[in-house]
Design a protein around this ligand. Structure first.
Ligand code: PEP
Ligand code: MG
Length: 574
C-alpha cells in the first residue's frame, strides 16, 4: 500500500484500477538550413491553422453539449491563431530552428511573459499557450494524442492539459490524480465539471503509481475530500475508504431526497434558498438540490478564461440558459467583478499596491463602461419572453456609485431600443459589501429594487483583514458582532425602503451563520449548491422566535466565538 497526499480538487471518493498517462512522445525540435526556411514556415502555418480549426470544432462540440470546457478550447483556438505567436515562431525559423522547435520557443516566450506577471490565473494561461504549441507540434510530427481507456479507470498523470482531458472518455473516467496543479488549474476545473473526484498537487504520486508492490488490492482510491490517494490499499485502508465512499454517496442521496422540502422553521417562518453559481453548467445540480433561483451568478468565467472579451450574443445565451434552468425562479446576474486582484489577459489594468482597495468591479466602469453596458444589454435581452432576470453591481460604495449603475443601465436600454432588439425589464440592485454602502444605504435605497449582502468582502473591509491571508483566520468568522450590526442596520433600512434584502456571501451557506441571519430577519439566502441541504436542515429544526432572541443578544456580544457557540448549539445533530 502506498499513500500520497495532495490538494482536494473535486469532491467524492473514487475507487478502481489506475492508468498512468505519460508525457507525449513528441520529437524534439531540430535544425534546418536557410534554404529550408520558407518551406518550414509554410508547414508551420498549415499545422497552426489545422490545430486552430481542430480546437474550434472541439469548442463548438462541447458548447453545444452544454459543457463549459468549450470556453477553454475557444480561448486556446484564439491563442493558436494569435499572430504574435506566429511572428515569434517565424523569427525562430529564421534563426535555423525547424517548425517544431520554433513553435515551442515562441510559446515558451509568451508563457514566460505571462508567468512573470506573478498571477495564478495568468500562469494557468501560460500552461494553455504551451499546450497549444504541443498540439501544433503533434500536427507537425503526425502524432495522434488521443488517450484510450480500456475500462473504467482512475487516471494518474503529472498533469492533464486541456487538449488531452477533452479526449478522455468521460464515461470511463472514475477519478483523477495529478502530481502537479492547484485547485484552480484547468484539470481541477474539468474534474469538477465532469463531476469526478480529483486530487491535484500530490507530490510523489507518479513514483507511488509506478511501483506496484502487489501487497493489496490492485486498485487505487482517490479521496477528493481529504486529498488522499492510496494505491493497493491494504484490507484496513480499503474498509476505511469504502466507508468514506459510502458516507459520501449517502450524504448525496439524502441531500437530493430532501431537496423538495420547504425551508421553513418550526414556527412557520419561510426562508428562500437560492444558489451561487459560477457557470451555467452548475445550474442543473443546484436545481436538483432544491435552489429556487440564483442569488449570485458570477459572470467572471465568461471573461477570464479567454483571450478576448465575450460577445454580447454569447452572454445572452449564458444568461438565458441559467434563467431557463431556474424558471420561474429568478437569476441574479452580477456585473463583472475583476480588477487588480483578478486581472484578465485582454484587459490592461495597471498593477496596484492595494488591489482590493483599488479599481475593482464597478469602479472599472469609469475606464471601461462598454463592458458593463454590454453585460446589461445581454441581461435585458435574456429577460425578453418573461424570463426573470435581475442585475446587481458589485463594490458599490455610495449613492454616486448607484448613479453609475443606473446610467449604465439606461445606456443599455436606450441602445437596445435604438437597435430594435427585443428585451425585457430587469430589476436593478447592488451588493452591500463595502461598509460605507451599508452605512448610507437610505441615501440610495429608493433607487434600487434589491440589495445582496456580500459578506465575504463586507467582513474583510469591516475588520481590515485580507480575505486571502491565512494568518488572519481569527478575523474570518462572519458571526463577528461588528458584521452582525451592519447586517441588522441594512435589514432595518431595507425594510423601511421596501428593498428586498438577501445574502450571497459564504455566510449564507454556513449553517450556524444562516440561523443568525434568519434571526436578524434576513430570509433570502444564496449559497454554493453543496450547502443547500445542511442549511435547509438547520432551518427546519429551528424556532424563529429563539433565533430572534439569540440574534438580539449577538449584536451586543463581544466575540464571534460566543455568537458561534450560541447558534452552533441550535443546529440539529447530524
Ligand atoms: C462577497 O464578497 O461576499 C461575494 C459574494 O462576492 P465575492 O466572494 O465574489 O467577492
Ligand atoms: Mg465580493
Amino acid at each position: 500500500m502506498r499513500t500520497v497526499h495532495g490538494i482536494p480538487a473535486s469532491t467524492g471518493v473514487a475507487r478502481g484500477p489506475w492508468v498512468v498517462i505519460g508525457a507525449d512522445e513528441l520529437p524534439a525540435g531540430g535544425r534546418i538550413t536557410a534554404g529550408q526556411a520558407d518551406a518550414e514556415l509554410e508547414r508551420l502555418r498549415v499545422a497552426q491553422d489545422a490545430a486552430a480549426a481542430e480546437l474550434e470544432a472541439l469548442a463548438a462540440e462541447l458548447t453545444s453539449a452544454g459543457r463549459d470546457e468549450g470556453e477553454i478550447f475557444d480561448a486556446q483556438a484564439m491563442m493558436a491563431r494569435d499572430p504574435s505567436l506566429l511572428d515569434a515562431a517565424t523569427t525562430a525559423i529564421g534563426q535555423g530552428h525547424d517548425a517544431i522547435g520554433a513553435i515551442r520557443i515562441a510559446a515558451e516566450d509568451v508563457a514566460a511573459q505571462l508567468r512573470a506577471l506573478g498571477d495564478e490565473l495568468l500562469a494557468a494561461r501560460a500552461a494553455d499557450v504551451l499546450d497549444v504549441a504541443e498540439r501544433i507540434a503533434a500536427r507537425l510530427a503526425g502524432v495522434d494524442r488521443t488517450v484510450a481507456l480500456d475500462g473504467p479507470s482512475i487516471v494518474v498523470a503529472e498533469d492533464i492539459p486541456p487538449s488531452i482531458a477533452a479526449s478522455l472518455p468521460r464515461d470511463r473516467l472514475l477519478g483523477m490524480a495529478l502530481q502537479s496543479g492547484s485547485a484552480t488549474s484547468h484539470a481541477a476545473i474539468l474534474a469538477r465539471a465532469f463531476g469526478i473526484p480529483a486530487v491535484v498537487g500530490a507530490a510523489g504520486l507518479l513514483d507511488a503509481a509506478r511501483s506496484p508492490d502487489g501487497a493489496g488490492h490492485a486498485v487505487a482510491v482517490v479521496d477528493g475530500d481529504s486529498g488522499e490517494v492510496v494505491f493497493e490499499p491494504d484490507a484496513a485502508a480499503a474498509t476505511r475508504l469504502e466507508g468514506r465512499r459510502a458516507a459520501a454517496d449517502e450524504a448525496d442521496r439524502r441531500a437530493l431526497e430532501e431537496a423538495s422540502l420547504p425551508a421553513v422553521t418550526r414556527d412557520g417562518v419561510g426562508v428562500t434558498l437560492l444558489a451561487n453559481i459560477g457557470t451555467p453548467a452548475e445550474a442543473e445540480r443546484a436545481v436538483a438540490l432544491g435552489a429556487r433561483g440564483v442569488g449570485l451568478f458570477r459572470t467572471e468565467f465568461l471573461f477570464v478564461e479567454r483571450a478576448a472579451a465575450p460577445s454580447e450574443d454569447e452572454q445572452v445565451a449564458a444568461n438565458r440558459a441559467v434563467a431557463d434552468a431556474f424558471a420561474p425562479g429568478p437569476v441574479t446576474i452580477r456585473l463583472l467583478d475583476v480588477g487588480g486582484d483578478k486581472p484578465i489577459p485582454w484587459l490592461p489594468i495597471p498593477a496596484e499596491a492595494n488591489p482590493f482597495l483599488g479599481v475593482r468591479a464597478l469602479r472599472l466602469a469609469s475606464q471601461q463602461p462598454e463592458i458593463f453596458v454590454t453585460q446589461l444589454r445581454a441581461a435585458m435581452r435574456a429577460a425578453a419572453g418573461g424570463r426573470r432576470v435581475k442585475v446587481m453591481a458589485p463594490m458599490v460604495a455610495d449613492a454616486v456609485d448607484v448613479g453609475v449603475l443606473l446610467d449604465l443601465a439606461e445606456r443599455a436600454r436606450a441602445g437596445l431600443v435604438a437597435d430594435g432588439l427585443p428585451h425585457g425589464d430587469v430589476d436593478l440592485g447592488v451588493m452591500l459589501e463595502i461598509p460605507s454602502a451599508v452605512l448610507v444605504a437610505p441615501t440610495f435605497f429608493d433607487r434600487i429594487r434589491f440589495a445582496s449582502l456580500g459578506t465575504n468582502d463586507l467582513l474583510q473591509y469591516t475588520l481590515a483583514a485580507d480575505r486571502g491571508n491565512p494568518a488572519l483566520e481569527r478575523y474570518r468568522d462572519p458571526l463577528h458582532p461588528a458584521l452582525l450590526r451592519l447586517i441588522a442596520s441594512a435589514r432595518k433600512d431595507a425594510e423601511a425602503a421596501g428593498v428586498e434584502l438577501s445574502v450571497c456571501g459564504e455566510m449564507g451557506g454556513d449553517a450556524a451563520a444562516a440561523l443568525a441571519l434568519v434571526g436578524l430577519g434576513v430570509t433570502t439566502l444564496s449559497m454554493a449548491a453543496s450547502s443547500l441541504a445542511p442549511v435547509r436542515r438547520a432551518i427546519r429544526a429551528a424556532d424563529a422566535g429563539e433565533l430572534r432572541d439569540a440574534a438580539r443578544q449577538a449584536v451586543d456580544a463581544s466575540t464571534a466565538a460566543e455568537v458561534r457557540a450560541r447558534f452552533g448549539a441550535l443546529l440539529p445533530r447530524a
